[in-house]
Design a protein. Structure first.
Length: 116
C-alpha cells in the first residue's frame, strides 16, 4: 500500500487547511484510514481516523475543529482543519490499516505550520 499526502503549508492562527491522502496498491475494501501528527520533540499521536464504513474516532484536542472524511471510490481520506492553533504545528502523517488495531502503513508526511 502506498499513501500520497498533500495539502500542508503555512497558515495563520485561526486559519484553515485541508489535507488529502490517496491510497494505492493492494487496498482492502474494509479498512481504516486516518491522520496522525508529530510535533518536534514529541511522539506521534493520533488525530482522527475513519473506517470504510464511516466510523470515526477523533482525538479530544481536535474535536469541533477538525473534520475527517473519505471517498471510498477514490481510496482517499481528507482532514479539514479549522480554527488552527500554533500548537497544531506538526508533520501530519496519513495512515492506512486493515482494522483499527492492525499495523499501519504510513504516508510521507506533510508539514503544517501555524504561525503569524
Amino acid at each position: 500500500v502506498q499513501l500520497q499526502a498533500s495539502g500542508g503549508g503555512l497558515v495563520q492562527p485561526g486559519g484553515s487547511l485541508r489535507l488529502s491522502c490517496a491510497a494505492s496498491g493492494s487496498i482492502f475494501s474494509n479498512n481504516v484510514m486516518g491522520w496522525y501528527r508529530q510535533a518536534p520533540g514529541k511522539q506521534r499521536e493520533s488525530v482522527a481516523r475513519i473506517s470504510s464504513g464511516g466510523t470515526i474516532n477523533y482525538a479530544d484536542f481536535v474535536k469541533g475543529r477538525f473534520t475527517v472524511s473519505r471517498d471510498n471510490a477514490k481510496n482517499t481520506v481528507y482532514l479539514q482543519m479549522n480554527s488552527l492553533l500554533p500548537e497544531d504545528t506538526a508533520v501530519y502523517y496519513c495512515s492506512y490499516s486493515k482494522t483499527w488495531y492492525s499495523d499501519r502503513y504510513w504516508g510521507q508526511g506533510t508539514l503544517v505550520t501555524v504561525s503569524s
